[in-house]
Design a binder for this molecule. Structure first.
Ligand SMILES: *Cc1c(COP(=O)(O)O)cnc(C)c1O
Length: 456
């Protein structure tokens, strides 16, 4: 099959376009912008119809091939997606033609596994090809560190060091990182998340450490965006009635808008989406923007129970604005307005309060035996608002994304539903596994010494 080589350019438009490999290994463009494909490849209607008979990793391969086919041979891509996606993606019928897609069966029980596992394997692939190596440094307040650590676990040529504030993560979060070993090193600091972040930043800026080839596996890496288009194709293919003119509604619980941008790219590739319900918690800067046309970031962001969505200025917003013909820099300044009418056609954006989130966890379980955690509850509540407000027909296919496993929030579930959610296999046995991690004083000297001693 012929594959056109797709270049990636910065949303700030001031850096040269690069290959996927360069965009992946660099993370952020020189001009501070985010990489986006220069053109978005398309599937034909027939290709999308054929997905109905495919397994997840086969659909993932077809999507990856569209973007990377000219840079990575097919058999390598096939191996990478098969290895990354070795877990199930349940589609749960709740009522009428409404479904919940559970993206929580990966090793850390959050949808971030989809992106992190693919990015890790692609990085390893390019490093092996060039005999390169990387040392990934990342600071975590809990979830990102474990997703990165698990995604890179056991890969050649990539070492990972995760810094975490010892007193600010839960036992479960800590154990998801400290029981791995191999190429994953975990460092506990007697400080706060900001201290960890500051040490990582100092290390990136320290030319004494250039020899280590430091990288950040940043959440806005293009290598994390492309994998987030795949489950949109998968769920539509599995649930569509089979008619060529079907259209689907997706509800996406959103924080940094990476998940939503994956969906928007899928739509631009030909996926017939009727509407994206953009579900935020009380951080409502985006719903306000869609309504008024004025974008104002929220500083500081609001603390809600759907904690992974507590974002006052979503880092992927410049990508979204770019998809609608506008320009926004990384600080949120718009130099060229996007097409708001088209945004309003494609998206229904709504903010859900904590009170509504908790009520929906209770109602969904009572009415439908649907078990949701706070992030998924925001998505489901937003979908119900959309259906009611716009009088959506009962037979309309609607898919709401559940982005984490309820067992990651046992306290909240117990408080609302009075039982403990069952642990998924990935979290089973964690309690009894042996932990290993270093303690360091919160000084840059100690951290630098640690890096120089352990990584040659
Ligand atoms: C990160 C995260 C989100 C938000 O996803 P974005 O791509 O940042 O919008 C939602 N739910 C969970 C559980 C997450 O970890």
């Amino acid at each position: 099959m012929e594959n056109k080589k797709i270049k990636f350019r910065s949303t700030n438009l001031k850096s040269p376009a690069v290959s996927f490999e360069q965009a992946l290994l660099k993370g952020i463009a020189h001009d501070g912008g985010l990489y986006m494909p220069e053109e978005i490849p398309r599937f034909s209607e027939e290709e999308i119809l054929e997905f109905s008979n495919s397994e997840y990793h086969e659909i993932a391969l077809a999507v990856a091939r569209k973007f990377l086919g000219a840079e990575v041979p097919d058999e390598d891509l096939r191996r990478i997606v098969k290895d990354a996606y070795d877990y199930e993606v349940p589609l749960e019928n709740v009522c009428d033609n409404q479904f919940v897609m559970r993206l929580d069966r990966g090793p850390t029980a959050s949808f971030k596994d989809f992106a992190a596992r693919m990015m890790g394997r692609l990085m390893q692939y390019f490093l092996n090809r060039n005999n390169g190596k990387l040392l990934i440094l990342t600071a975590t307040s809990g979830d990102t560190g474990s997703a990165i650590a698990n995604a890179f676990y056991g890969l050649d040529n990539v070492e990972v060091v995760v810094l975490f504030p010892e007193n600010e993560v839960t036992d479960r979060q800590r154990k998801q990182m400290t029981t791995l070993g191999k190429n994953i090193s975990i460092v506990a600091l007697d400080g706060k998340f900001d201290d960890c972040q500051a040490l990582v930043k100092l290390a990136f800026a320290d030319s004494d450490l250039d020899y280590l080839n430091l990288s950040s596996a940043n959440s806005i890496n293009i290598g994390r965006l492309i994998p987030q288009t795949m489950y949109y194709f998968y769920s539509f293919a599995k649930l569509r009635a089979g008619k060529a003119d079907d259209q689907v509604v997706f509800s996406v619980p959103s924080g940094n808008f990476g998940d939503l941008c994956g969906g928007l790219i899928a739509m631009n590739m030909g996926l017939p989406v009727k509407k994206f319900v953009v579900a935020t918690n009380e951080n409502d800067e985006y719903p306000k923007f869609v309504k008024s046309g004025f974008y104002e970031k929220l500083v500081p962001s609001r603390n809600c129970i759907s904690s992974a969505m507590n974002v006052g200025h979503p880092s992927n917003i410049p990508r979204l604005v770019g998809l609608y013909g506008g320009n926004m820099d990384e600080h949120g300044a718009i130099s060229n307005a996007p097409d708001l009418d088209r945004i309003r056609d494609d998206m229904y954006a709504v903010s859900i309060t904590d009170k509504e989130t908790e009520a929906m966890i209770s109602d969904a379980y009572k009415e439908h035996k649907l078990l949701l955690e706070p992030h998924g509850s925001v998505g489901w509540a937003a979908l119900q608002k959309y259906i009611e407000e716009e009088n959506i027909a009962k037979d309309q296919l609607c898919i709401s994304l559940e982005t984490a496993h309820p067992a990651k929030f046992p306290e909240k579930i117990r408080e609302i539903l009075s039982f403990d959610p069952e642990l998924p296999p990935s979290l089973l046995g964690l309690e009894s596994k042996e932990e290993s991690f270093e303690h360091l004083p919160t000084t840059y000297e100690a951290f630098k010494e640690f890096l120089k001693k352990n990584y040659k």
